[in-house]
Ligand binder design. Sequence first.
Ligand SMILES: O=C(O)CCC(=O)C(=O)O
Ligand SMILES: [Fe+2]
Length: 467
Amino acid sequence: MSLDEQNIPSEAPHAAPMEGSTSPSDKVSAKESLEAVRHALKRRSIPCSSGVFPLGAEDLTLFYGKKNAGTTHRVDFDPATDKEIEALAKACEPASFGRNNEAILDETYRKAGKMDATDFCTKFDPVSCRLLDTLREALLEGHDADRSIRAELYKLNVYGPGSFFKPHKDTPRAGNMFATLVVVLPTPHKGGALAFRHGDSEYIFDSAAAIADASEPSIAFAAFYSDVEHEVTPVENGHRVTLTYNLYFGARPKVPFTVPMAGALETSLKASMSSLLSNATFLPRGGYIGFGLSHLYPVSEGYRPEELKDFLKGSDAVLLHVCDELSLDVNIKVAYKNGWEFKDAILCDFTLNSIDELYDGIQSLREELQRRGGKQLVSKPAIADSDEAAGSGDDEDSEEDCDFDFPPIFVRWVTPLVDPCETKDETMFVGNMGNEPGKEWMYSSMCLLVDVPKLSERLDPDAEAED
Ligand SMILES: O=C(O)CCC(=O)C(=O)O
Ligand SMILES: [Fe+2]
């Protein structure tokens, strides 16, 4: 089960499975099928897997010390003494955060100690203790479940009383970096919960309480897609010691190890999409439908959005898989927009970076996007109110009466484009805030553009287009 698949309510709007059907559905309206597709994809659950993992002190021994400092310290969590933890806290440096390329020290935003991975060594290994195996099922889709995940140790952090880290997304460092793992070591403390936000949902994981309540010695863990907004709430007492890992997609095995299983999301999405596509009132003459992806994805200058097909997360990966199963032609596009509205967006199959530095104002950006082949987006409702009543099901994608600077592309949106800067805390601009400076890779809002064939071809895929 993917992180996004958890908590899928069983009550979904009615959608008749139409797989294998050769006649148009007259029982379920296109609107109902569309609602069922939207319902399946709704960002209702937090893409996070968290809990406790039983582990003895012998697996947690920590050594630390600076190069050429002459001394190395050892901490055993059986349990560690206050003196040992205080010494560890003292050996840390103040943790900065990233705003674009800048490393910023600002204790009103992040108050914690950090130790770089070069200055410590831990016996804890998420691979050999099988924590990563436990997480794999939640992190990867059924069809990806035998894919390898590489865990790169990133930092050790110590949060003393009053320490916290305000909302941010974790800075992307590569196209295949997709998730973060936080491991909370068993030291007595209170507070320092991890709070996550995605879409309209919020989830709080009180790791301190989880460790205290565990029936056997345990660490606490939380693994989440790195573009999911998260924060560490203030530590009330004691010290919260964490190890963080960046998780990367490994290569897919050439021959699958296991027979892939469809999850609940895949099953309901495939049924509702099949139902929609076989409805005679839905786009009888064909056209593009767009799905704003639920997650943000790292892109860098010159990156081709199509490369992302290998790195989609959660429900986005399921959506692509379902489109493939339904033999639909799918492209990934990036949307560049003017201001905070997508109404003037330009859809591109190339990416730019450092926009503000490279282009002098929005007009020259538009010109550059046009020069590179970007298309002016004309958004349309997936089903116009009049469509089903009129029975025509598709209004003309007409250029008449419209004033286009350059070639338009007409898209009917099933799910909206996500604003990369959306945050619950409107006093902050989290779009460029990360846990590390860096602008080489930036999160971008992407969409799947699906080319829906005309009705006769949908119902009989073997029939050649006659006109
Ligand atoms: O320590 C934690 O729980 C999370 C820290 C974090 O969010 C980060 O390092 O980016
Ligand atoms: Fe973070």
